[in-house]
Design a protein around this ligand. Structure first.
Ligand code: AKB
Length: 320
């Protein structure tokens, strides 16, 4: 068996930074290569600046390091994508084609591709949105994810590439900040709450969306990648669910800890994106095929988020 060598693209991002640490714990710091367009001063381990639209640069990293698994997280998210539709299509697809081609030619064993609840459009059933439904997304980000899912399936069928994927809901964690998504409010709100500040939400109070706590999202990613190949029946992307809540539900959960917490609503263009997305997700295929089960609900997540953000704040003050 060859030594696993892991490459992560988009490793400085919200999910990438946390996943990198987990993969370092699992495979050893020396066997994980984190890459991103931007450097990261506090990063511990092997970091490479990589523009994943550059095929030759990606190829060199893979070949020189004998990479066996790629976690391709680099992408422009839903809200930013609407500001630059053609650039988003170009970057999201070009980076993914490069990953697919390098993996095919240089025989990478396994690839992870993140999809999203953004693949669904306004016509899909809102409650417990099924795994299989017509995918007619309203954003260019969603269009790039639908195309990506189909290309993943094609590379699996045609070339036997072991590529696996999850449709992430909004991811919420204390370790990192999201950037350019429609679900970002659900992280920002905690940063205001611990500083006793009022939060202004860019979604309507009752705009419920599927969400997942970071620890569950990372565990799902690793469990999917570790599952025996014969259990993987979906080669487009698995629906993944953690919980579902609206901004008002989240404010109520925060008030259990901070009774005076205040929230105001000023919906912007992200509300128009959110109304096209599911409210909750049916992830029974993931549960059946590789035993997926989330651990965190809204209260357990809120308790941990507040505790950890306060701990980070205290450490920052002590070190300043
Ligand atoms: C976004 O809001 O764009 C992402 C997602 C749900 O894919 N967090």
């Amino acid at each position: 068996m060859r030594q696993e060598k892991i490459l992560i693209t988009g490793a400085s991002g919200q999910l990438g930074s946390v996943l990198t640490e987990k993969l370092q714990d699992k495979y050893g710091v020396e066997n994980v290569i984190a890459s991103d367009l931007r450097g990261n001063d506090s990063f511990v381990g092997h970091f490479e600046i990589l523009d994943a639209t550059d095929f030759e640069a990606l190829k060199s990293l893979v070949v020189e390091n004998k990479v066996s698994q790629i976690f391709h997280l680099a992408a422009i998210l839903s809200a930013n994508g609407e500001k630059f539709p053609l650039k988003t299509w170009d970057i999201n697809m070009k980076t993914f084609f490069n990953v697919l081609e390098v993996s095919r030619i240089y025989k990478v064993d396994k690839v992870f591709f993140p999809s999203s609840i953004a693949v669904y459009g306004a016509d899909a059933p809102k409650i417990m949105t099924p795994q299989d439904f017509v995918l007619a997304p309203a954003t260019v980000y969603g269009v790039s994810k639908v195309a990506g899912e189909n290309w993943a399936n094609y590379y699996h069928e045609k070339y036997g590439l072991d590529i696996r994927s999850l449709r992430y809901p909004g991811v919420i964690g204390y370790q990192s900040l999201p950037g350019g998504g429609t679900t970002d409010y659900a992280v920002d709100i905690y940063h205001k709450a611990i500083h006793n500040k009022k939060f202004e939400c860019f979604l309507d109070s009752d705009m419920a969306l599927p969400m997942i706590y970071m620890e569950d999202a990372i565990r799902a990613t690793i469990e999917l990648m570790d599952a025996p190949v014969e259990n993987i029946n979906i080669r487009t992307s698995y629906n993944l669910s953690g919980m579902s809540f609206s901004p008002a539900n989240l404010a109520a959960a925060i008030r259990k800890v901070y009774p005076n917490f205040e929230i105001g609503y000023k919906p912007d263009f992200r509300q128009e994106i959110a109304v096209t997305w599911p409210t909750s997700i049916d992830d029974s295929c993931a549960r059946k095929d590789w035993n997926w089960k989330p651990k965190f609900d809204i209260d357990a997540m809120t308790e941990t988020m507040i505790k950890e953000l306060k701990r980070k704040e205290t450490t920052k003050l002590q070190n300043s």
